[in-house]
Design a protein around this ligand. Structure first.
Ligand SMILES: *Cc1c(COP(=O)(O)O)cnc(C)c1O
Length: 353
């Protein structure tokens, strides 16, 4: 840290991103990317005219993308704010609604804590139950901004829409942010509830279920007033927040519903095989509605299993957080990648004394 760095941010601990090795040597099951090619229909939209369009600034209103998202969720364009990855939409939320304090579960997406510190929001962590489920009653009338990933990050567990609605209705004087990065793999989106509730923001991403992590596109859905708040933050930070190629790719990907559904269904089917395979090896597997599973070996500690698998050429994710330190998080890849993972895990368990 230089002597010039902000005193206010001196305690900031940045988010640790999963490894992104450049050499393609690993079977990469560590950052919940989609193993399938992005929509070919969408990729086909990047033609010469689009490239020529790079001379110009991107559309600050992201009109094409906003319209495509609004059409998909059957809301108005004024209920949608596209962002540079959903991380940016979440950052805007913390900037806009963090002053009254924020609550989120003790086991969840690591970025919430980082954003809280960056934007000076006090935060409380609410412990998950012993089985890692969210205790909905703990989130009623909290008097602070609520941030909840559904399905939850690191566990993959999902609350039914009725329970999400109970939390939103139970905090009428505070904003409730539902991060639905993984919703397309088995949950029911709360997007349509934004019509009924003036305190709900739903955040989603193209990174996981639409195979566009590198394009960096996400969005928030909420009532007009909350979207206007987020616009205020966005236009005070980066008006051209979604670049024109990503905007074209994402809008077309949104329109290519059939391919999206096919890929999501494939991942859900592979997740069932992965879960079954791990259970057969004696693993504890948290029931997942996401494109990953959190799993614990009967013999090998989480950090060690991560290291052993890396030696075998397979990357998974391990988190130091005490409550999940015995686990590793495994992304659902292709059937071939899943078979390779299960084979490697089986061999490690057999050799392990
Ligand atoms: C992956 C992820 C995000 C961020 O995704 P972006 O690539 O920034 O859109 C947000 N929330 C959760 C829970 C995630 O797992």
């Amino acid at each position: 840290m230089s002597e010039f760095f902000s005193q206010r941010l001196a305690e900031l601990k940045p988010y640790t991103a999963g490894e992104q090795p450049k050499d393609g040597r690993y079977i990469k099951l560590n950052t919940n990317e989609n193993p399938y090619f992005p929509s070919r229909y969408a990729v086909g939209k990047i033609d010469g005219a689009r490239l020529d369009g790079l001379r110009l600034y991107s559309d600050p209103d992201c009109e094409q993308l906003t319209t495509a998202i609004a059409r998909y969720y059957n809301v108005k364009p004024s209920n949608v704010l596209p962002s540079n990855g959903s991380d940016e939409a979440l950052a805007f939320c913390f900037a806009a609604f963090g002053d009254c304090g924020v609550v989120f579960p003790d086991v969840t997406y690591g970025f919430y804590k980082v954003f809280a510190r960056l934007f000076g929001a006090r935060y409380d962590e609410i412990p998950l139950d012993s089985d890692f489920s969210v205790r909905v009653d703990d989130y009623i009338g909290v008097g602070k901004t609520v941030v909840l990933a559904n399905p939850n990050a690191q566990t993959g567990m999902c609350l039914p829409l009725k329970e999400i609605e109970r939390i939103v209705a139970g905090n009428p004087d505070n904003v409730v942010i539902i991060d639905e990065a993984y919703i397309d793999f088995g949950g029911e989106s709360a997007a349509r509830l934004t019509e009924k509730y003036g305190n709900l923001i739903v955040v989603q991403t193209f990174s996981k279920s639409r195979s566009l992590a590198g394009a960096r596109v996400g969005y928030a859905i909420a009532c007009d007033a909350l979207i206007a708040d987020l616009q205020r933050v966005k236009f005070s930070f980066n008006p051209y927040n979604v670049n024109s190629l990503s905007c074209a790719l994402a809008s077309a990907a949104m329109d290519d519903k059939a391919y999206f559904e096919q890929c999501a269904a494939k991942i859900i089917a592979t997740r069932a095989d992965l879960t079954k395979g791990l259970l057969a090896l004696g693993y504890t597997v948290i029931p997942s509605s996401a494109n990953f599973v959190l799993a614990k070996s009967p013999k090998i500690g989480g950090a060690e299993l991560y290291a052993l698998l890396k030696k075998s050429g397979i990357l998974v994710r391990h988190f130091d957080d005490a409550r999940i330190a015995d686990y590793v998080r495994i992304t659902v890849g292709t059937d071939e990648q899943t078979a390779a993972l299960l084979k490697a895990v089986g061999e490690l368990e057999e050799k392990y004394a």
